[in-house]
Design a protein around this ligand. Sequence first.
Ligand SMILES: Cc1cc2nc3c(=O)[nH]c(=O)nc-3n(C[C@H](O)[C@H](O)[C@H](O)COP(=O)(O)O)c2cc1C
Length: 194
Amino acid sequence: MAQTTIEFLLTRNSAPIQDLKAPGPTDSQIETILTAASRVPDHGRLAPWRFILYRGAAREKVGEKLAELAQQREGPLTEGRRNQELTRFSRAPLVIGVVSSPKENQKIPQWEMFLSGGAAAMNLILAANALGYGSNWITNWYSDVPEGRALLGIAPHERVVGFVHIGSYDGSTPERPRPDVGSLYQDYSGPWQG
Ligand SMILES: Cc1cc2nc3c(=O)[nH]c(=O)nc-3n(C[C@H](O)[C@H](O)[C@H](O)COP(=O)(O)O)c2cc1C
């Protein structure tokens, strides 16, 4: 029997990046994923986010630039450390950068623009999963470093929401512990105790 939407949400999890294999989503599936990612709550209809696709040979180029930057920051790299950077973006067939791109606006706080970017990333993931792909949302050191963001095509006023890795996945990740939901909410339905 087909999985219901609530079952889909209650069993969702991330895939280890090294288990995300080719083929990645097709062009038309990518368009569907980005359309779902753009259909999110967005106060003021500002679309304060955008997406960057890293795929094909561009992924190796990004790796070379990251290795160069890591060397500038850390000094000579060991072979293992260099390989780690060289392969950062080429482990999965597709990486989608979700970029928070705040807009000038007198009324809408920037915080709300950032939150809308998070919603876009989550919808993007859910859409990729709904199409049968595995995904993993990471940021990593280069997201927090201006030179890292620049080499990835991100402008100085923008921030990284995440680099979502997407690929074919056999779904074999063991479940990880989940929060105890009961300890995470207050219920103000009774006498006021706030
Ligand atoms: C904003 C954000 C940034 C993250 N960055 C990283 C990261 O750099 N490296 C990492 O291993 N996991 C990172 N994670 C965690 C993974 O995306 C993922 O949540 C976790 O591996 C498993 O969660 P899940 O199975 O509930 O999806 C990040 C998560 C978020 C929301």
